[in-house]
Ligand binder design. Structure first.
Ligand code: UDP
Ligand code: MG
Length: 316
């Protein structure tokens, strides 16, 4: 076996939630494909709080098979959380993500890795011939994909395909939350990643059931709003907050001018003056706070971009 315990070339991350019939079958298919590929590897199976015996199976398998590492969640935290935990544990130069339901095909791993080695940071699978239900899955997924592409500026045919390859160092920099696993390319684009796609095989689910229905599409679109905000304003937080700084400063100044006018034309009404003074102080203080937020944001972003320079160096 080509497996080395330290720093493998490939790390494969797979989340499982109630996939008792798939987990061992997938492992054997993976092992076959990876041994044939001939590069060192580790496989990280993450159990997302299954209740159907997947956990016990994983515990047993982890003892039996050396390149297999297992993470067990106490409860069901969702696919993104499971993937994030798996990614964090990876040590490989290249990280591959895929589903645990055997709909993705391990034989595509060499194809996707070779594509990455043409000089990309991310290669996303494209289920050109997708084997899922048309109305419940394929159509909503197509619509969601169109929206995601236009909003995030990452042009892929199939952002929802789990089979993806990443440069490990780049992937380990980002954090995932919500349903963010499908926005990983968008998040990595913000880090300056070169992204491409390649057609991959897709099989119908033979064992177990899909964990999602149409309501997921709505959650995905909610997360999209956050992503949009991040992508648009993250590069220039000072500019973003400066609008609010200006608005509050102008409001405060108007209120201050009102005080002066009142003082210059007696009789003065003390309660009215009180309100105006409070308002002026409040608005000016708010304006100053927004300015501080912008400056802190700028510091954080500048610090982040220093990391990107380091990454470029790593790429060469
Ligand atoms: N999954 C998970 N946690 C969840 C839901 C799903 O780890 O809460 C796993 C699931 O076991 C599978 C992958 O995520 O390996 C994709 O799920 P599924 O096949 O149900 O999604 P679909 O292919 O139908 O989009
Ligand atoms: Mg599936």
């Amino acid at each position: 076996m080509k497996h080395k315990p330290q720093k493998p070339y490939l790390s494969i991350v797979v989340p499982f939630y109630n996939e008792v019939e798939n987990v061992e079958r997938l492992w054997h298919k993976l092992r076959e494909a990876l041994d044939e590929f001939g590069r060192s590897y580790e496989v990280i199976f993450v159990d997302d709080g299954s209740k159907d015996g997947t956990r016990d199976k994983l515990r047993k398998m982890a003892k039996e098979f050396a390149p297999l590492r297992v993470i067990l969640f106490r409860a069901n935290f969702g696919q993104s959380a499971a993937m994030a935990a798996g990614f964090e544990a990876t040590r490989g130069e290249i990280v591959i993500a895929m589903d645990g339901d055997m709909q993705n095909d391990p034989r595509d791993i060499p194809v996707i890795v070779n594509k990455l080695n043409e000089g990309y940071d991310v290669v996303s699978g494209w289920r050109k011939n997708r084997k899922d239900k048309l109305v419940a899955r394929k159509i909503p997924s197509k619509i969601a994909n169109k929206i995601i592409c236009s909003v995030t500026d990452v042009k892929l045919h199939d952002t929802g395909c789990s089979l993806k390859a990443f440069r490990g160092d780049l992937l380990r920099k980002i954090s995932l939350y919500g349903e963010f696993h499908r926005f990983i390319p968008a998040l990595l684009r913000m880090e300056g990643a070169d992204i491409t796609e390649i057609p991959v095989r897709h099989h119908a689910r033979k064992f177990g059931t899909s964990k999602y229905n149409i309501t997921r599409t709505f959650r995905v679109i909610m997360d999209l709003t956050t992503i949009r905000l991040l992508m648009k304003h993250l590069p220039n937080p000072l500019g973003f907050f400066f609008n609010f700084t200006l608005l509050a400063a102008i409001g405060g100044t108007i209120s201050f001018v009102a005080i002066l006018t009142k003082l210059l034309s007696p009789p003065v009404n003390p309660p009215e003056l009180n309100v105006l003074v409070t308002l002026t102080v409040l608005l000016w203080a708010t304006s100053f706070q927004f300015l501080c937020l912008g400056l802190v944001g700028k510091l954080v972003v500048d610090h982040g971009s220093r990391k990107i320079i380091h990454l470029e160096h790593f790429k060469n």
